[in-house]
Design a protein around this ligand. Sequence first.
Ligand code: EPU
Length: 307
Amino acid sequence: MDIKNHITHKIDMEVHENVDLKKYNTMQIPATGAFLAVCHTVDGIQEAIEFARRIGRPWMLLGGGSNVIFTCDFVDAVLIKLSEAFEYINFSDSGSLIVGAATDLPLVVDFAIGHNIAGFVPFWGIPGTLGGAIAGNAGADEAAMGDVLKQVTVLDSSLMIQHIDKDNILRKYRSCELAETIILEARCKATTHEGSEVQEKLHDVRRNRALQPRMGREPSAGCIFKNPDGDYAGRLIDAAGLKAKSIGGAKVSEIHANFIVNTGDATPEDVVKLIEFVRDCVEERFAVQLEPEVKFFGMDKAGQKVG
Ligand code: EPU
């Protein structure tokens, strides 16, 4: 079915000016966005991008904000957000799960667990939207989002709707080729398992997540760095003695060293400085260059889009 027919709304999109971005990033970093375009339809996304071009600003797509670091106090861009019209979970006639890109990943995971679909269990406790999780090929342990996909519907760089089969998506550790597109919807595997098997897997995953800072109490953007080949970023940062190291309101978590937490009043500058400090210390100590897993949103000194 044509996505333009099942995602409909009275208005296509609405633009808000000077928006407080604190609630749009799970680290709760304060920043102001020049424009926030909330898009209710596919036409609305196209309009938002045209609006950005018309006013000469870059555009950036915001998902659940769980992998996002704002690097400056004022983001002079058009931030595009898919509205609740893109939040849905349905079974297709052939038994796949059809999920809108703006749907909360935890909701998808709960839905899957409720239907004894074990494939989503490894993603329990990972915040963000389904679209963001696919774009970043989010995962845990050996599992990644790509494992549960069948097909993804996107708006490509020419703003055309494309349906891309999972075999045509080159999936890598914590990245995927679709990152350059706007993900609209995914068709996912819905293979069911014995309830006891699903619960057993869930038990293990929940035990692992208890070794990470709690999103509600210690706001963070999840893991900051990708794991380098054959090692773990968290292990290296810990071994460099950086647990609890803080700059302003940003602190390396005492629970898991690959998390930076906002102790209450962290600024974009605090977070960026701490990430650079950690990266430099690990490189100096172990000659390993850590690569960020998070996405930076902001402007560089020349006013160019970063992100
Ligand atoms: N470790 C330390 N000190 C720490 C943290 C970890 O020594 O402070 C050691 C652990 O003891 C372990 C190793 O580092 O031997 C790996 O730690 P862990 O099992 O916590 O896994 P991870 O590789 O750090 C990955 C994902 C997490 C995901 C967990 C699920 C990456 C970068 N991280 O963490 O994903 O939740 O597995 O177990 O791939 C995220 O992507 O945002 C994220 C949090």
